[in-house]
Write a protein that binds this ligand. Structure first.
Ligand SMILES: Cc1cc2nc3c(=O)[nH]c(=O)nc-3n(C[C@H](O)[C@H](O)[C@H](O)COP(=O)(O)OP(=O)(O)OC[C@H]3O[C@@H](n4cnc5c(N)ncnc54)[C@H](O)[C@@H]3O)c2cc1C
Length: 306
């Protein structure tokens, strides 16, 4: 099949989307496209089209239309990414205000969140139960759940123990061809096996191959013992056998390149009512570092060396 040049493909896409979506969902004027050409990084890429989506139906329409034309898409939540993750010179799919539903589960030990919820708001819903979400980026007052999960963002306290990868329970994912998978729903898993058997079996096989290679598996485990958000969460291939667990954990940190996170259910973590901080002076760096090791078994969330 001949693929038309990108500009032509995007013109055709724009015409099609004009018929399928309300006018105000498409941003085509140069000034606003320029404004969406930046995130919190120092890069600039001006999108040729910005589409604002408010629910799964709109998202699926846009993704399928782009997929049919081979047009790359980039998602944008709050746009606070520091390395250009939320910009593109192709089509930018921006979360509108429609993605803000949430559900608490089992005494707030879990929370299901749509991707447009700001991280601090999720913590606000959990605060009466003395719970919070695990990931704690410093941008939590602005960053949204979709971006937090897709970047595997974490801050001073959560480390690698309570990030999105470790606290993920289940996810609704829209794949590049518009297929929806709800990993919490057995019927949805069965349907994906039927429609995308190669993908499901391929993931299981890939994980088997990686685990069979002792040196590679050990290297991956070692790399992910400390914070590592560079590239995909390859630790999913050594941590899980179940292809659905592998798939949803690969989504974490994938920066929107593997699919769209339409909902995520996190296992929540305790939010202690009493907290304290201390400034401690040491005679030298070595003694200060020894104190870090000594503090490890204590309930200390973070230490900083000044
Ligand atoms: C002041 C400041 C402090 C920060 N502190 C931290 C920190 O402590 N730790 C840290 O890790 N980061 C930090 N960041 C970086 C950034 O805030 C985080 O990575 C944050 O999680 C990004 O969220 P966002 O909603 O802005 O996502 P965006 O920047 O809009 O998008 C992030 C990525 O997620 C993808 N994406 C968005 N929504 C979806 C979706 N629904 N499905 C699939 N993919 C999606 C985008 O395509 C993009 O690749 C900081 C940034 C700033 C400006």
């Amino acid at each position: 099949m001949d693929v038309p040049p990108l500009a032509t493909a995007i013109e055709q896409l724009t015409d099609e989307l004009r018929r399928l979506l309300p006018d105000d969902k498409l941003v085509v004027d140069p000034l606003r496209r320029l404004a969406y050409g930046t995130d919190a990084s120092f890069y600039r890429l001006v999108p040729q089209l910005v589409v604002i989506v408010d629910d799964e139906a709109e998202l699926t329409t846009v993704i399928q239309a782009c997929h049919r034309r081979g047009i790359a898409v980039t998602f944008r939540a709050a746009g606070t990414s520091l390395s250009g993750q939320a910009i593109t010179d192709s089509v930018l799919i921006k979360l509108g205000s429609g993605w803000r539903n949430y559900r608490l589960g089992d005494g707030a030990t879990t929370i299901s969140l749509q991707p447009g919820i700001i991280g601090a708001h999720a913590n606000g819903y959990l605060a009466p139960f003395q719970r919070k979400i695990g990931p704690d980026p410093a941008s939590i007052n602005a960053a949204m759940i979709g971006g937090i999960a897709a970047n595997n963002a974490s801050g001073m306290c959560c480390g690698t123990a309570q990030n999105s990868y470790q606290t993920l329970q289940s996810m609704r994912v829209v794949l590049a061809d518009g297929t929806l998978l709800d990993t919490a729903d057995e019927a949805s898993r069965v349907a994906l096996r039927a429609s995308h058997g190669d993908l499901v079996d391929g993931l299981a096989e890939l994980a088997r191959q990686v685990r069979a290679d002792d040196a590679l598996a050990a290297r991956i485990r070692h790399k992910f013992k400390i914070k590592n958000t560079t590239g995909y969460s390859l630790n999913a291939l050594v941590d899980f056998d179940d292809p659905f667990e592998i798939l949803q954990h690969l989504m974490i940190g994938s920066e929107g390149t593997l699919g769209f996170i339409a909902e995520i259910t996190y296992r929540t973590v305790p939010e202690y009512p009493h907290k304290a901080s201390a400034l401690v002076f040491f005679p030298d760096i070595e003694t200060a570092c020894d104190a870090v090791t000594a503090l490890k078994p204590a309930p200390v969330s973070a230490v900083g060396l000044i």
